[in-house]
Design a binder for this molecule. Structure first.
Ligand SMILES: Nc1ncnc2c1ncn2[C@@H]1O[C@H](COP(=O)(O)OP(=O)(O)O)[C@@H](O)[C@H]1O
Ligand SMILES: [Mg+2]
Length: 293
């Protein structure tokens, strides 16, 4: 049922088919991940297509996507499994008076009382899945260490229940927005993909895909201006997500060019910090004004 790519080109074409336009190294690394079974660490600024890559890969490979969204303080109970205490309690109450502790214990530590969290779901799935561990840089190093063990053995030990080994091998993608340095140990176990802002040609292609009706000229101007804005020293440079939003907005407004006025009135779609707004209005606004016929 699931797709097994035999060449890098297969992955490239497959991702395109599901609406993701990969760069060269993206297809290569995705291909290697699918074939070698190694996890991939995808790093890069926010909004350059890291999460979307995992979704597209799952869709192309015809596998279920299991997603673990990381956050500060995420622990094993939310990532791996936890016991369903309520259900255990109910069972204990329902047991006949005088049932020995051994019998009760055997009973309440069975799979039926386990709450599966994403990592366990991915490991225990009878069908191979794509496992997305999103924004791993938001967790702490302790969590990373736990993850390492899981990614090298593909098994989980539950003291009361024993070992749960992977029945199938998931394709694993970890993403990081680079807010902290990840451990060498983790990097060593992963293939590495750095996703950066795309070239203007590549970005134009992505924008066209998401806003096909946008006039050619507007699209071209848009990616040029976005590239210009990214060169400024901003708190948060616009990502592909902002380019797409801007394109859709311009389409709705019926713009057939990006004039200095259009630019000023839609600026807040691409930059979202007070100080960035000022910088961009001043630096790019002026350049547009001068360049306009
Ligand atoms: N190569 C690409 N092809 C198609 N769409 C893309 C591509 N890269 C990014 N996008 C679009 O950009 C947006 C942001 O991507 P996302 O994966 O959420 O970014 P990240 O996870 O890196 O912060 C999404 O709407 C996605 O559809
Ligand atoms: Mg993301």
């Amino acid at each position: 049922m699931s797709v097994d790519p035999v060449a890098v080109e297969d992955v490239s074409a497959g991702l395109r088919r599901v609406g993701y336009l990969p760069g060269e190294s993206t297809s290569l690394v995705a291909f290697l991940a699918a074939r070698l079974g190694k996890p991939v660490l995808v790093e890069g600024p926010a909004g350059v297509g890291k999460t979307e890559l995992a979704k597209a890969l799952a869709s192309y490979l015809d596998r279920r996507l299991v997603r673990l969204q990381c956050y500060e303080g995420l622990d094993e109970a939310k990532a791996l499994y936890e016991w369903n205490y309520r259900k255990q309690l109910l069972r204990i109450q329902a047991e006949a008076q005088g049932t020995g502790w051994d019998a009760v214990q055997d009973d309440i530590f069975g799979e039926e009382f386990l709450l599966e969290r994403p990592l366990m779901t991915a490991i225990a799935s009878p069908e191979p899945v794509v496992l997305l561990i999103d924004e791993i840089d938001k967790t702490d190093q302790e969590f990373e260490a736990m993850l390492l063990e899981l990614l090298s053995d593909f098994q989980i030990s539950i003291p009361e229940l024993g070992r749960i080994e992977a029945r199938t091998h998931p394709v694993v993608l970890l993403t990081s927005n680079n807010t902290r340095e990840l451990t060498e140990a983790l990097k060593r176990r992963c293939l590495y993909l750095w996703l950066d802002y795309p070239s203007t040609e590549h970005e134009l292609e992505i924008v066209r895909l998401h806003a096909p009706e946008l006039p050619e000229k507007v699209g071209e101007r848009l990616v040029e201006i976005i590239a210009m804005v990214r060169e400024l020293d901003l708190k948060k440079p616009p990502s592909i997500a902002e380019s797409i939003d801007w394109a859709r907005a311009l389409l709705l407004l019926g713009a057939d060019d990006i004039t200095p006025e259009t630019f000023r009135s839609t600026l807040s779609i691409i930059v979202k910090h007070r100080t960035d707004l000022d910088t961009v209005a001043e630096r790019v606004g002026v350049r547009l004004g001068v360049a306009a016929p």
